[in-house]
Design a protein around this ligand. Structure first.
Ligand code: CTP
Ligand code: MG
Length: 179
């Protein structure tokens, strides 16, 4: 049971990375200035191409690293991957799918947030926390069978990890709000 939840965590790692990287990219000198919003009217000023590209590239890199770890036998001590991170292209595919899915979920949330009149950056819980993980679960449905417990686990750690990252980012001055 614990082993399987750990396996699910590792499989979904590119989604967590994809969700966290836009805030990192925003604070890297040199990259910071590429802050063109994808759609100021529909998504608001905080959804940028920089965040989307950084998140997807980070997710792909995460997929490649996971594949390397699986192949070096490192993760196999706890986790048995049979159809994920099997080879280089498989790693790239799931790294892309999970991070892109996560960021699309985040954008759908922002779209809904604008429709109900919330300003970019305003609190909109529980959607701010579960948007990305819910979307990445949905894009993975054709590829993975998840039990209700596993879905519940992801919907629980998704917001918790996101909140933890936000608090850390806020405390080092990378983010204007802690949530
Ligand atoms: N971010 C970005 N590009 C994206 C997603 C996020 O640049 N595609 C950056 C923005 O600087 C954003 C931060 O990551 O402020 C945190 O993202 P999030 O909390 O998801 O967005 P909010 O600032 O809350 O904006 P919104 O109200 O639209 O959800
Ligand atoms: Mg978000």
């Amino acid at each position: 049971m614990i082993t399987r939840l750990l396996e699910v965590f590792f499989i979904f790692l590119p989604a967590f990375i994809g969700n966290a990287l836009p805030v990192v990219a925003k604070n890297i000198p040199g990259i910071r200035r590429f802050s063109r919003p994808i759609s100021p009217t529909w998504l608001g000023k905080n959804k940028t191409y920089r965040g989307l590209i950084a998140g997807v590239l980070g997710g792909i890199l995460c997929g490649i690293i996971l594949t390397a770890l699986v192949h070096s036998g490192f993760l196999l001590h706890w986790v048995r991957f049979d159809s994920f991170y099997r080879d280089f292209w498989n790693g790239i595919f799931f790294g892309f799918l999970l991070s892109f899915g996560a960021l699309i979920g985040d954008m759908i949330k922002s779209f809904a947030k604008r429709r109900v009149g919330k300003k970019p950056g305003a609190m909109f819980q529980p959607w701010d926390g579960i948007d990305y993980i819910l979307a990445s679960i949905i894009v993975m449905l054709p590829f993975i069978f998840l039990s209700w417990i596993e879905i519940f686990f992801l919907l629980l750690i998704g917001p918790l990890l996101s909140l933890t990252c936000n608090i850390v980012a806020y405390s080092i001055g990378w983010k204007d709000c802690w949530y």
